[in-house]
Design a protein around this ligand. Sequence first.
Ligand code: G3I
Length: 354
Amino acid sequence: EVPAMKDRFEDSFAMGAAVEPYQLEGTHGEILKRHYNSIVAENVMKPISIQPEEGEFDFTEADKIVNFAKENDMDLRFHTLIWHSQVPDWFFLDEEGNEMVDETDPNQREENKELLLERLENHVETVVKRYRDEVDAWDVVNEVIDPDAANDQGLRESAWYQITGTDYINKAFETAREHAGDDAQLFINDFNTEVEPKKTHLYNLVEDMLDQGVPIDGVGHQAHIQLDWPTLDEMKDSIDQFASLGLDNHITELDVSLYGWPPTPAFPSYDEIVMSGVLYDQATRYDQLFELYEELNDEISNVTFWGIADDHTWLDDRAEEYNDGVGKDAPFVFDPDFNVKPAYWEMMGYTVHG
Ligand code: G3I
């Protein structure tokens, strides 16, 4: 058996993976238990899964992951209390069933805002109370920055924002703190946290939150990265900057795509990927990446992959979508048959020769 990743990085940070409930069993489950000491749900803790209809909470799938974490003594990251995507439409409909964002009457808008913040509070309170003793870190809000937004602060103009401004962000954190307690680790999570102007927008928002006394403990850097983007320096600077605010950093959704964006052209199959030799370039990337994470280990307490092995990754959906239905990606350190890849050896500190 190959050395366990969680042991290798034990002195530096927790090692995590995102999972669907079906992956708690079989070979996925075995890899999880052997190599990881932290998990997060890839989908089943999002609002659309937990509260598909107003007041109808369904924790069946989420509980499976919570129980697995408990049984195997793993840390649990909660993803995600509030997001603009995978949130059911009912949140944004007024009592008459009209879209809140379409409302032009200022009085009605004010009422809608109150109603939406009430719904937010109810969702956050219910979820946090249920899992407060099990969850180690909460993604309280996800992806609230959008550098293409029309406003100067780069705030994503989601329905949440259009109806409440930034109140939904503060309310989400305050409600989480109130019910999760002082020890709870509250995170703001986003992608491209390394690149300008997004990094500065996020930094300014977080700084404002701290100034206002909004309870926040850390920044989640998704790290959906590529073979040579962003640069190591950009990644280091971002971690250093948020750490300088006194915040913890988690790498929350790590995967190293073989492609640029959009992912075209893409290899049609895993065999073609292997034959191309690109997995050795990826190994070099993983080597440098984990060397950097270790160097920054005082500032990073958790590194989580957005999946387990190359058999299951959201990047395949993207590769297919942009390549007429035929495209494969291979972002992780285990191959589709669960064997370790060159990337595994390099991240563990061994040298492989391509
Ligand atoms: O559950 C339905 C199923 O009933 C249906 O038959 C099937 C048909 O399309 O869809 C299933 O839902 C899919 C869901 O994943 C669960 O598998 C959605 O279509 C699909 O869009 C959804 O994708 C997820 C995506 O978030 C949604 O935006 C990905 O699995 C998940 O990896 C991805 O994760 C996000 C993070 O939450 C935030 N950061 C970016 C990251 C990657 O996009």
